[in-house]
Structure formats: structure tokens, C-alpha cells
Design a protein around this ligand. Structure first.
Ligand SMILES: N[C@@H](CCC(=O)N[C@@H](CS)C(=O)NCC(=O)O)C(=O)O
Length: 231
């Protein structure tokens, strides 16, 4: 049994973000599935906002609220302090602020728009044996996501990483969202957003995301043929 345990669902981009940080830092962890559609009472107690993920550090508390942190950003900040190497937050003060901003941009704007409009629209109906909501996904992909892609393309500015020429929490947070869309639809159109499309492919192959993406593909495969054509 590992000291750390992540509670959540693999398809959650916030779970993916936490798993990527754990993997980058080579920290061992257990994973315990929590169904967001039917959260058990013990989970509601440790996640008062009723969200996934929550992390437990068993060296601090083995059950109940003790030893738990709910919210992926709080968890990643904790992991950075607990295990500073490799550093995933820039040392430079301004770069640090920029990385936190991009994490927030991904976690709020992109997650709300794309999470509901693409991922949930396509997979949630399938969990109930219904057809995917292709129209909502198509509208989101073509009319709501481009402003995020435009901003990210401009911010990336032809570089490999978002902040300070180094892999950071900004890349992990943005990639965690983009890879969710990538699982269902593919990367953003390379003709319109070449830097961002390249970034998605690079992140898709980065080792820290592999275990999570494999688990997600296994969940999706029996339910949906991917990539879903949204043209
Ligand atoms: N700020 C939170 C957001 C987490 C979040 O929104 N997770 C979603 C799943 S991707 C969730 O738990 N939703 C609960 C629900 O829809 O009932 C974090 O960074 O951990």
C-alpha cells in the first residue's frame, strides 16, 4: 500500500493533472475510483465541494478527513512542497504567477466549456446506453473552443512549453484538458493552431500521461468509436 492515494475517475482532467504530477515526481500512489454520479457519503465528507480528485496522505491520516486535500491545484501545490524535484513550478516570480494563471485558465474556462460541451456530451449519454449528443459537441468544438485555442496558440508563441522554456504545471494543466478532447475528437486543427496541435501530440506521448490515457481509452473503446467526426 502506497502512502498516497488519489480518489477520482480517470477521465477527469483534474485527476489526470494530479496523476501527471505524481508521475513526473516518481511518487508511488494508489488509485481508488469514485463515481461522481453516486458519490458515497464517506467521499462527500472528505470533498465538501463534492468534486474529484481528492488526495490522501496516509502518513498523516488513514481515514476520514485527516490527511486529505480536495482540489487538484491544492494537491499539486502540496506535492511540489513534499517532493520539490523535479520542480514543476517556475522559480522566477513572474513565471510562477504566469504558470498559476494558465493553470487557472485551463481549470475553469476550458474545463467548463469543453468538459460539459464535448466530453460529457459525448460520453455521459453512452453510460446510460443512449446516443452521444453530437450536435452539442460539434457546436462546442467549432464555436466555443476556438477562442481558447486562439489564446493558447498566441501564448505558446511557437515554443515547446507555455512558461519559461521549461515544462511546468502550466503545461500539465492545459494538456490535461486538451488531452480529454484529444481522446474523443483529436487535437485542434493543425492548419489553424499549428503550435497547439504540436503541443497536444507532444503531451499525448509524454510518459507522465500514459497510464491515465491508457485507462481512459479502455473506458471509451466499448462505448464510442473515436475520433468522433465533428465536421
Ligand atoms: N477545482 C476542482 C475542480 C474539480 C472538478 O470540477 N471535477 C469534476 C470532474 S472533472 C467533478 O468532480 N464534478 C462533480 C460533478 O459534476 O458532480 C479541482 O481542481 O480539483
Amino acid at each position: 500500500m502506497a502512502d498516497l492515494v488519489v480518489y477520482g475517475t480517470k477521465m477527469s482532467p483534474f485527476v489526470r493533472k494530479v496523476e501527471a504530477v505524481l508521475q513526473e515526481k516518481a511518487l508511488a500512489y494508489d488509485f481508488e475510483a469514485v463515481n461522481i454520479g453516486a458519490m458515497p457519503d464517506w467521499y462527500k465528507e472528505i470533498s465538501p465541494l463534492r468534486r474529484i480528485p481528492t488526495l490522501r496522505d496516509r502518513t498523516i491520516g488513514a481515514d476520514g478527513v485527516a490527511g486529505t486535500i480536495a482540489d487538484s491545484s491544492a494537491i499539486c501545490g502540496f506535492l511540489e512542497r513534499k517532493c520539490p524535484s523535479p520542480a514543476l513550478y517556475p522559480a522566477d516570480a513572474f513565471d510562477y504567477g504566469r504558470a498559476l494563471w494558465l493553470e487557472e485558465y485551463a481549470d475553469t474556462g476550458m474545463a467548463a466549456t469543453g468538459g460539459f460541451g464535448i466530453v460529457r456530451a459525448l460520453i455521459f449519454p453512452r453510460f446510460e446506453g443512449k446516443d452521444p449528443d453530437i450536435e452539442t459537441a460539434r457546436d462546442t468544438w467549432h464555436n466555443k473552443m476556438p477562442r481558447y485555442f486562439d489564446y493558447l496558440e498566441k501564448t505558446l508563441n511557437g515554443e515547446e512549453f507555455f512558461v519559461g522554456n521549461a515544462f511546468s504545471i502550466a503545461d500539465i494543466a492545459v494538456a490535461s484538458q486538451l488531452l480529454n478532447f484529444d481522446l474523443f475528437v483529436g487535437p485542434p486543427d493543425a492548419a489553424r493552431w499549428p503550435g497547439l496541435a504540436r503541443f497536444v501530440v507532444t503531451m499525448r506521448n509524454r510518459p507522465c500521461f500514459q497510464a491515465n490515457l491508457t485507462a481512459c481509452r479502455e473506458t471509451i473503446a466499448p462505448l464510442l468509436d473515436t475520433p468522433v467526426a465533428l465536421t
